[in-house]
Ligand binder design. Structure first.
Ligand code: NAD
Length: 480
């Protein structure tokens, strides 16, 4: 089973124990750019997951005993190959998930390579100094835990997948990966890359398929040692139930409804431009600051400048280098977004920008949309839309801004725009979020802790936090 996508040949079967494996059932990948089916893939279920977990468990016996230096060499080799294939990976990913080709080329795919390099290097310097306990030497070691199950979404498929796959492999775990069915193709290419890098059979396995089938079977499998999931809250709940049954530790990176707080003393141009950036990836970014909270004396000026700039956003085919935002991922997702907007309108909230499909472009292109002062408690203000839909409210005082920012069940990220350094410190400390950016957005580094509070997730990944999760941390005491 093969597909040719933008001139790139892809084997669309599973990758289990170093071999391609077919299923009788199939599913199609549909491109968001024009809703054309672009590939047929094997659709796995319980049997394929069983086979993959068993292969990963076999491979773990050897892989766990490889030295950190050896594992780091494999990971650097994977990174080298990813770097040599940035163009291929970028064109396939853009066709598959509709995100911008220019950002895949210049940002996302180089970051995929960096995911492997970073965790390879971090592994080699992972150090927890011994300490003395009443004359006894206390030592902390990081032992690989077993098979890591990894399930991720479609909004940055290869980057989000490898951000977990790389540290799991570095830690000495073996991996069963279930890619997102809405954008599964670069995972198939990653299987080839792992083989070319010489990764031993069974160390990295890919089972393609639907969430409710392959994903659910993986989450419920008693042979996994860790469950790393990135995606939505409803799916997290069902995965948590399954992992709870087997008492498998889990790491959840979920959604958000992050506040973007603008004080009147801010750098105005910077604040407006950064706020416009919340429409990036057609609003399909977990970290997006979708609740703009603007100090009331700046509000009119801010809204006017924001709308003027937003009207200049170029929407279109994400392969066009001059385009700013592309389509939504799929027809069901597009309709879900429009459902939020139309229900808000029906409840009397009129958008001051956009408010519906982009009828010039048709297909899955949705207009950047802004609602002013949505009703308190309304779903558009409360729930994650995961599309180009922002809400704007205003506040009078700093404490009111903090209270509004924290009025959410989520707690992933927050942005604070202010020219007052002391205020930046105070508001950052008071905001309930896993990541806070002051006068900037998306300044990311793999050493940082990444994760959210409340319904935005459980646990942290990045740097040592990733090793804490994938390893069994062992404490040993040696008498003198
Ligand atoms: P989703 O929960 O529908 O799907 C995510 C993954 O889970 C997919 O691979 C899917 O196949 C699988 N899945 C679905 N049902 C399953 C089940 N019953 N059992 C096991 N696996 C199952 O989410 P989505 O719509 O693909 O992604 C969007 C969500 O992801 C948003 O909420 C977004 O905020 C979140 N997200 C979070 C982060 C983060 O790092 N915090 C990053 C990106 C996206």
């Amino acid at each position: 089973m093969r597909a040719s996508v933008e001139g790139v040949e892809i084997d669309t079967r599973h990758w289990i124990a170093g071999e391609r494996v077919t299923s009788d059932r199939r599913f199609a990948s549909v491109s968001p750019i024009d809703e054309a089916p672009i590939a047929e893939l094997s659709a796995g279920g319980g049997a394929e997951i069983d086979r993959a977990v068993s292969a990963a468990r076999d491979a773990f016996r050897t892989w766990r005993n490889t030295s950190p230096a050896e594992r780091a060499r494999y990971l650097h080799r994977i990174a080298d190959i990813v770097e040599s294939r940035v163009e291929q990976l970028a064109v396939v990913e853009t066709r598959d998930n509709g995100s911008l080709l220019r950002s895949h080329r210049r940002g996302v795919m180089p970051r995929v390579a960096m995911n492997f390099r970073f965790f390879a290097d971090w592994l080699l310097q992972l150090d927890h100094p011994d300490f003395d306990v009443r004359g006894h030497r206390n030592h902390v070691s990081y032992d690989p835990s077993g098979v890591a199950a990894i399930i991720t979404p479609w909004n940055a498929p290869l980057m989000l997948g490898t951000w977990r796959i790389a540290p799991a492999l570095a830690a000495g775990c073996t991996v069963v990966y279930k890619p997102p069915e809405w954008a599964p193709l670069t995972a198939s290419l990653l299987a080839d890359i792992s083989a070319e890098a010489g990764l031993p059979a069974g160390v990295f396995n890919v089972v393609q398929g639907l969430g409710r089938e392959a994903g659910a079977a993986l989450a419920a499998h008693p042979g996994i040692a860790r469950m790393s999931f990135t995606g939505s809250v409803p799916t997290a709940r069902s995965i948590a139930r399954a992992a709870g049954e087997n008492l498998v530790p889990l790491s959840f990176e979920l959604g958000g409804k992050s506040p973007f707080i603008v004080f009147a003393d801010c750098d105005f141009e910077l604040a407006v431009n950064t706020a416009i950036g919340q429409f990036d990836n057609a609003g399909q970014v977990c970290l997006a600051g979708t609740r703009l909270l603007v100090e009331d004396r700046l509000r009119d000026r801010f809204v006017e400048a924001f709308i003027e700039k937003a009207k200049k956003i170029r929407q279109g085919d994400p392969r066009d280098e001059t385009v700013d935002i592309g389509p939504q991922i799929s027809r069901p997702h597009f309709e879900r977004i429009d459902g939020f907007v139309q229900r808000a309108r029906a409840a009397g909230m009129q958008p001051v920008l956009g408010g519906g499909p982009n009828t010039d472009l048709g297909g899955l292109y949705y207009q950047p949309t802004l609602f002013l002062d949505p009703a308190a408690g309304s779903e558009i203000l409360r729930d994650e839309v995961f599309g180009p839909v922002l809400c704007l409210q205003s506040f009078k005082t700093e404490s009111e801004a903090v209270a509004m920012a924290n009025d959410t069940e989520y707690g992933l990220a927050a942005v604070v725009m202010t020219g007052d350094k002391a205020r930046a410190e105070r508001v950052t400390a008071a905001v309930d979020a896993g990541l806070v950016w002051n006068n900037c957005f998306f300044v990311r580094d793999l050493r940082q802790a990444f994760g959210g509070n409340g319904k935005s997730g459980i646990g942290r990944e990045g740097g040592t936090w990733s090793f804490d999760f994938y390893c069994n941390v062992k404490n040993s005491v040696f008498a003198p």
